[in-house]
Each structure stands twice: as structure tokens, then as C-alpha cells.
Design a protein around this ligand. Structure first.
Ligand code: GLN
Ligand code: ZN
Length: 764
């Protein structure tokens, strides 16, 4: 009998109940008991669903009020010392770790592997001590047990916990301190947790070590053996779970660890399966991720049965079935999606539907396909309809893709010739000033957009309202003396959704929310079919803005890689092919903007770096298609049209050549927070085109003065030729207010003028 279980499920609740309860609690509108009761309701419903579907365990410990890594910080009693919290950690203190308080900055947050989920980064110093805080996991376990469920707790493994943390200076400056040194101190606490779970009647504990899907330094890889020899003696049976990719060089070591079972990602690591089976010791359980936990498509159940039938025959009881990873990364349920068309609606599976599919697979393995004949045939019909649908397959898009030649992914002339043509055309001063695109999204703007969406505002009135906003933004920029203006993006709710709504091939769920961090959720578009652009998307707004000023107005688009990265995308073709389709749609928009007289066009790619595969060996292939997709979107224009791109992160020294390969005429990037740290890389790799390192941080309400911005520019001018330097903020201004925006931009324009002045003085 194959068993079935999940590694984890969404915790936000079917209607984002956790989000609303958290925010009400933070505003002081509900008390802790009310928040806890909402949380308990969500957990209970999750367990009931798993139980009702016939899974063999319910998973406990996948719930978190804010984040699963933060839960482990609490459980292991290792809150950063700078907060001064004692044990046990109270819930309000837990939230202060996540959100900061008057005295302490919040813990840092970063992306969980290659997902769009963010975790809080544990902080380790040489003094860090661990001690079990029994309030956290164990209460939830008791809750599940009291409700009568057979529970399988999940923990983040000690190595993943340490690896994903960061070393911080302690009281004394520790030379050569390595967080791996803390493992010896950490293991006894993990052993205590396991022993306690065992004493609470637990047989199996899932212990997640997703870092096994990463390139690991050898000392980390070898630490696994030590760690699991220690934990193996603690009593509970361990299911060591890895996911998000193949294990490759970590595989053999992982399979040899003294644990009772392993979980591998059969979707992303499917190619390794034969090896897994060969090497799996004869007594181990194999939990196989057979349902994709990273996307929203129905699994082809018949194909899965055929693929794994032999394995089931061979492993029998030793085979467990699961989704590839936690279902945290998909929306909760399709129940609220009545408004979605049958196509693509009937092709989708969110967490709840994935659990049902898993149960169907389990029954088919254990009792034969006839036991679930109806489910299997409904599944086959849905897949056949997706496969054959004219909403998925557009012959014109296929033909365009097939006709792509190298001509399409390069500009007509090399950069120096383009630069000369653009200088002649725009006659910009040295150190030209610009912004990243958006201006403050005021309550009035949001209200107008919402009313238009709800049909409470006519198209004409909406257009007039947005034009007023554009007029306001242009007048302000003109008055500030900026050189390259923007229309301000008032009409956009979200930089991906705005375009997705206008492109063929995208659908939008009503309630398909996924946790991004804490109470923040995102609703990614669903890219289900061949992408094309039926009509211009931004030309009207751009043309209107340009009609109001003699200065050039930048057209503003979202790039193909970012569109891909922030959507749920098709699994029936490679991501690279989907990116190229989006690129062609953007290319059409770029051409129309150019024809409308927009001479400068920015194609934002803030998600370019986060698309990097987990393993370095896979980077080159990704960067190759990603930069090609960008170039295809950007290169249908004449030499005198200036293409900008924007990325908002400061760690890309390691991919500078690939960024140069995008061949944008100008790139604007975040640098101010790191004090132009980024530019170190430019010393070693000379970026060939023009560049605007952000001179102030728009994420913070602090407004630096002109002298501070000038100092940053001087620093930049030491590594980048001054005649290739642009002056701009770090990112878009949509989250800021107008007053601070005006002050900051006035300082920025003054800083650019100061730079011009000292350049002139140097010549004299
Ligand atoms: N043009 C966008 C804006 O200014 C860019 C946003 C981003 O980089 N994420 O808002
Ligand atoms: Zn940005």
C-alpha cells in the first residue's frame, strides 16, 4: 500500500483570513486570543481537508503566523540578541522580529529558493545559543492530536536552518566565525525536539533540507552525515525531504544518511529518479513528489500512473506519494473561481485540487485504476481539452517564433553608433536626470481605478482622470528640471497584471492568492496559452504625456523575463519558449511606441536576477535565453531610439556580462542602499553602455541632501566614465508621497547640476 501525504499546505486561509486577522491585530483592533482563534480555524480546516481526502497523515508545523523560518527561530530560542527578548518568545515579540520596533530594525527578509515567498533570515553570532521553546510546535501538535488526527510534524532541518541564516558581528568581533560552527550547539536542541515529539506519540517527522538542491560547499555537504547520525538516535522516524530541484552531487550522500525515508522532487528532479532507486538502501521509504507543487496545472494522472507503476510494484509499502514540495506556493482552492472560463478553469488545480489528485493516485496504485475510473477519465478529458484548445495554440504565434532569426535579437548597429545617433537626437546634458517610471499612487488614483473596474466610472471619465494625473506629473517634472520625463504609471495597478490583462494567453483568478511574506499575498496571473498582443497597450498614455512637454518622455514597459517570473506559467513548453512569445508581444508595443514618436523606451526587468536557476551550472543556459528574450523585445527599433532597462537589486556583480549582453542603451539600478557597493564589479568588468546607479533609496522615507547624492555620484564617476552616467532614484516612486518626492528629486537635480559644474571647472 502506497501512502500519501503533503509536505505542507497554504496557511493564509481560503479567503486570506490570516492576512486580515494579522493586520487587524497589528492595528490593535483584535486581541491575541482572536488572532489565535483564526489561526487555529485555518489549521483545523487544513487538517480536516487532508484527512477527508484520505491522506495517511495530516501535516503539522507548516503553519506560521508570519514565516516558517521565523517559527524555527522561536522554536530554537535564537531570536537575534539585539532585540533583547527572553524565553519564551511571546507572539507580539515574534512580530517585532519580523516587522521591527522603535528600537530595532526588522530581521532581514529574502527569497525562499527560487520561489516568490520571502523568509526571515536568522542572524548568527559566535554567542548564539539555542534552547527549546516548547510553546510553538508542540501546542499545534497537541491541537491536531486532540482533534483526532494522525499527525506528521514537519521541521526545517538544522543544516538548512543554519545555511539560510547570516553571520553577524557579535559582542566581540569574531574573526573567521562560520555559522556552521554552531551546528554542534544546535543538534542537541533538535534531538530534544525529536525526543519530545516521539514522547508525544509521533512516529514520523518530516525534516526539510531543501539546501540539498543547491551547490553546497564541501564542509556543508559533509556536515549532513554528522548531523543525521546525531538526530537518528532521538527516537522519531525521520523523513528527510528535499525539493525544488535534483540533488545531483548531493544525491548519494543524502541517500546514505541514517534516516528512515527520503522525499525527492519527482517533477524537477525527475531525471534522477532511476539513480535514486538504484541507490536507495533497501529499508528506506521513498516519498516521491509526483504532483507539481510549484504550478497551477492539473497533473496528468494517467501519465503519472504509467510512469510510476513499475516503481510501485517494486517498492510497494515503501513508496509514499506527495506533491513535489509544500503547496504553500499555490493558491488555496478553485472553489472561488466560478467566474473563470471553463478554459482555462478546467485545466487548473490549486492546493485543494492537488490534494484530491494525490488521493486519486494513491487509490489507483493501491486498488487499481478501475477504483477511480471516473476521476481518471475526467482528468483525461480536461487534459485533452487543454492540449487541443485553440485558446492555447495560436498558429500565428508559432509561425512568428519559428521565423525568428539572429536579426531579431540584435540592434541594427553596435552601441557606439547608437549612442552617437541618440546624442544627436536628444541633446541631453551630461549626467542626465530621470526617474524609474512610477509617481506617487495617491488615494484618488486608486479610487478612480477601482471605480472604473467596478463600472462606477465611465471610460471617458476614467481617461480624463488619468490624463489629469499625467498632466500633473509632467508639470512637476518640468518644473523640477528633470531631463527625461515619465508619464507616472497612474493607470497601473501592478506592473505585470497591467500587461497580462491586455495580452492574449493570460487569465486572472478571482481569489488565487499566494503568500509572499507575512500578511502580504500576491495573485499571480496565469499564463495558459500562446501570448500575443491584440492592440497597443500603453501608446495612448505615452503619446498624451509627450504632447504636454518638449522634453522626451520615456515609454514604460515590463520585460519578458519579469512577466514570466511573476506569473504561473505553462508547463507544456519550456519557459524559454514562453519568454520568447512574451518578448514578441512587447516588441510589437515597442515598435508602436517608436512609431508614435516616443524616442526613449524603458523595459523593466526587476525579476531578471531572481530567475537564475538554483545551480550555477544551469545559469549560462538561463542567461542565454533570458537575455535573448530581452533583446528580442527591445531590438526592433532604429539606432536613434534609446532603450532603457531597470533592475532593482544590488547584487549582480556575478552576472554583469549577461546584463551587458542585454545591450540596453541605458540601465538604471539600485545602489544607494549599498553606498554604490555594486559598482565594485564595474571596476573589474567594464559595462559597455550607459548606466544610472540609483542615488537615493525610495524604500525609505529619509531624504538625503544634495551633498550626499553628489558624493555618491562622485563615487560612481570613479568607476564609470562620467559621460555614461545617468542620475536617478533607485526605483519607482509609487509608494511615496508627492511632498517627499518633490524634495528628493529637487536634491537629485541639484546634485546632477553640481556634477556638471565641477566637470566644467575641471576642464577650465
Ligand atoms: N517602472 C516601475 C516603477 O517605477 C519599475 C518597478 C520595479 O522596478 N519593480 O514602478
Ligand atoms: Zn525597481
Amino acid at each position: 500500500m502506497a501512502l500519501a501525504h503533503v509536505l505542507g499546505v497554504p496557511r493564509i486561509g481560503p479567503n486570506r483570513e490570516l492576512k486580515f486577522a494579522l493586520e487587524a491585530f497589528w492595528r490593535g483592533e483584535i486581541d491575541e486570543a482572536a488572532l489565535r482563534s483564526t489561526a487555529s480555524g485555518i489549521r483545523q480546516a487544513n487538517w480536516r481537508r487532508q484527512h477527508a481526502a484520505g491522506l495517511d497523515f495530516v501535516t503539522v508545523g507548516d503553519f506560521a503566523f508570519y514565516d516558517q523560518m521565523l517559527n524555527h527561530v522561536a522554536l530554537l530560542g535564537c531570536a537575534p540578541q539585539r532585540f533583547g527578548f527572553g524565553a519564551p518568545l511571546a507572539l507580539p515579540e515574534y512580530f517585532q522580529l519580523a516587522r521591527g520596533n522603535g528600537a530595532c530594525q526588522a530581521m532581514e527578509m529574502t527569497k525562499w529558493f527560487d520561489t516568490n515567498y520571502h523568509y526571515l533570515v536568522p542572524e548568527f553570532t559566535p554567542e548564539t545559543q539555542f534552547s527549546l521553546d516548547p510553546g510553538w510546535l508542540f501546542e499545534e501538535l497537541a491541537e491536531a492530536q486532540t482533534a483526532g488526527f494522525d499527525a506528521k510534524p514537519v521541521l526545517i532541518g538544522p543544516l538548512t536552518f543554519l545555511f539560510l541564516g547570516k553571520e553577524k558581528p557579535g559582542k566581540e568581533k569574531a574573526v573567521g566565525f562560520d555559522r556552521l560552527d554552531l551546528l554542534e550547539r544546535l543538534l542537541p536542541v533538535y534531538a530534544q525536539i525529536l525526543a519530545r515529539l516521539n514522547a508525544q506519540g509521533i512516529e514520523w517527522v518530516q525534516i526539510d533540507e531543501p539546501i540539498l538542491a543547491l551547490d553546497l560547499p564541501p564542509e556543508w555537504r559533509s556536515a549532513f552525515e554528522r548531523a543525521y547520525h546525531h538526530l537518528n538516535t532521538a527516537g522519531a522516524k525521520l523523513l528527510l525531504a528535499s525539493y525544488f530541484g535534483p540533488l545531483r552531487d548531493n544525491l548519494l550522500g543524502a541517500l546514505k544518511l541514517p534516516v528512515a525515508g527520503v522525499h525527492v522532487d519527482g517533477i524537477r528532479g525527475g531525471d534522477e529518479l532511476a539513480q535514486v532507486i538504484d541507490w536507495l538502501p533497501a529499508t528506506r521509504i521513498l516519498s516521491l513528489g509526483v504532483i507539481d507543487g510549484r504550478n497551477v496545472w492539473k497533473t496528468d494522472l494517467t501519465a503519472a500512473l504509467e510512469r510510476f507503476e513499475g516503481l510501485h510494484a517494486r517498492l510497494a509499502d515503501r513508496l509514499w506519494l506527495a506533491p513535489s514540495c509544500s503547496l504553500l506556493h499555490v493558491p488555496v482552492s478553485l472553489a472561488g473561481e466560478a467566474a473563470l472560463d471553463a478554459e482555462p478553469g478546467n485545466w487548473l488545480a490549486f492546493a485543494e485540487e492537488k490534494i484530491a489528485a494525490l488521493a486519486t493516485l494513491r487509490t489507483a496504485f493501491n486498488q487499481g485504476r478501475q477504483a477511480v475510473a471516473a476521476e481518471l477519465s475526467a482528468n483525461a478529458r480536461a487534459l485533452a481539452s487543454r492540449h487541443a484548445s485553440s485558446r492555447v495554440h495560436d498558429a500565428a504565434v508559432a509561425a512568428r517564433l519559428a521565423a525568428l532569426t539572429p536579426v531579431h535579437d540584435g540592434r541594427n548597429s553596435p552601441f557606439p553608433l547608437r549612442q552617437a545617433a541618440q546624442r544627436k537626437r536628444f541633446k541631453l546634458p551630461d549626467f542626465p536626470t530621470t526617474t524609474i517610471g512610477s509617481f506617487p499612487q495617491t488615494p484618488e488614483i486608486r479610487r478612480a481605478r477601482a471605480r472604473f473596474k467596478a463600472d462606477a466610472l465611465s471610460e471617458a471619465d476614467y481617461t480624463a482622470a488619468m490624463q489629469r494625473e499625467i498632466g500633473y506629473a509632467i508639470a512637476k517634472q518640468d518644473a523640477l528640471g528633470l531631463d527625461v520625463l515619465v508619464h507616472g504609471e497612474a493607470e497601473r495597478n501592478d506592473m505585470v497584471e497591467y500587461f497580462g490583462e491586455q495580452l492574449a494567453g493570460f487569465a486572472f483568478s478571482h481569489n488565487g492568492w499566494v503568500q509572499s511574506y507575512g500578511s502580504r499575498c500576491v495573485k499571480p496571473p496565469i499564463l495558459y496559452g500562446d501570448v500575443s498582443r491584440p492592440r497597443p497597450m500603453t501608446v495612448g498614455w505615452a503619446r498624451y504625456a509627450q504632447s504636454l512637454t518638449g522634453k522626451p518622455v520615456k515609454g514604460m514597459l515590463t520585460g519578458p523575463v519579469t512577466m514570466l517570473q511573476w506569473s504561473f506559467v505553462r508547463d507544456d513548453q519550456p519557459r524559454a519558449a514562453t519568454a520568447l512569445q512574451i518578448a514578441l508581444a512587447i516588441r510589437d508595443e515597442v515598435a508602436d511606441l517608436e512609431a508614435a514618436g516616443i524616442g526613449i523606451i524603458q523595459i523593466d526587468e526587476p525579476a531578471y536576477r531572481e530567475g537564475l536557476p538554483l545551480r550555477k551550472a544551469d545559469w549560462a543556459a538561463y542567461l542565454d535565453w533570458a537575455s535573448r528574450a530581452f533583446r528580442i523585445s527591445a531590438s526592433g527599433v532604429g539606432d536613434a531610439t534609446q532603450i532603457h532597462t531597470h533592475m532593482c537589486y544590488s547584487e549582480f556583480n556575478d552576472i554583469l556580462p549577461a546584463i551587458a549582453a542585454m545591450d540596453a542603451d541605458v540601465i538604471t539600478i539600485e545602489t544607494s542602499r549599498s553606498d554604490m557597493e555594486l559598482l565594485r564589479g564595474f571596476g573589474e568588468f567594464s559595462y559597455p553602455n550607459e548606466i544610472g546607479p540609483g542615488v537615493y533609496d525610495i524604500h525609505s522615507p529619509r531624504i538625503p541632501d544634495t551633498a550626499e547624492m553628489t558624493r555618491l555620484l562622485e563615487k560612481a564617476a570613479r568607476v564609470i566614465a562620467p559621460d555614461r552616467l545617468w542620475v536617478n532614484p533607485d526605483c519607482g516612486l509609487k509608494t511615496r508621497g508627492w511632498t517627499e518626492t518633490e524634495t528628493a528629486l529637487a536634491h537629485m537635480v541639484a546634485a546632477a547640476r553640481a556634477m556638471r559644474e565641477s566637470a566644467r571647472a575641471a576642464i577650465r
